[in-house]
Design a protein. Structure first.
Length: 189
């Protein structure tokens, strides 16, 4: 895991903030995907997450601002349940949409967006934030109708700032820093 200070003065990094999923949920989604999702490239098990905000290329100061915003939002957020509710495809990805019955996930995302906008490192998307896990990427839409994965209800393990490294076989993600909901930093993963 990298420390925020490891981002060089002149280099920028591709950055996004996301909720991480429990290992058992990642395992279940990976197995489910292998059984039911054909016609694209599966997202690697270790890359499954719920994106809170994609910030794109950021200089070191932007990274520092984003980390502070995520820490503050996580400190104010309780743990919350999520559960698969439907399958959705866009022109290039397939995703499992998650329920947010308490609204806490949406409130966390909105808090993160507001904090990031206040420091000038993010512009909120026009469409509302949707809790989901991207599980499949494709060039041609396969128009799948899979059964829902059997993960049941789960609580995200924590939130993290991820570096996204572009690679010919797909982006690779590195956790820059993670923090538990409710405020403590989790450096064990």
């Amino acid at each position: 895991m990298s420390e925020p200070g490891s981002v060089g003065r002149d280099e920028g990094v591709r950055l996004f903030l996301a909720l991480r999923l429990p290992d058992s949920v990642c395992h279940d989604l990976d197995q489910w995907g292998r059984e039911h999702l054909h016609g694209g490239r599966h997202v690697a098990r270790e890359h499954l997450h719920v994106t809170l905000a994609f910030l794109g290329r950021q200089p070191p100061t932007g990274v520092a601002h984003a980390l502070r915003a995520l820490r503050a939002a996580c400190a104010a957020a309780p743990a919350f349940p999520l559960a698969p509710v439907r399958w959705r495809e866009t022109r290039s990805v397939g995703m499992v949409v998650l329920s947010d019955e308490t609204g806490a996930a949406c409130r966390l995302a909105q808090d993160v967006h507001t904090r990031l906008e206040a420091v000038g490192v993010y512009r909120r998307e026009k469409r509302p934030w949707l809790p989901h896990v991207t599980v499949l990427r494709f060039r041609e839409r396969p128009r799948l109708d899979p059964p829902l994965p059997g993960t049941g209800t789960f609580v995200p393990s924590d939130a993290a700032a991820f570096l996204s490294h572009l690679h010919p076989s797909g982006a690779r993600y590195e956790v820059l820093e993670s923090m538990a909901l409710g405020g403590s930093i989790d450096e064990s993963r």
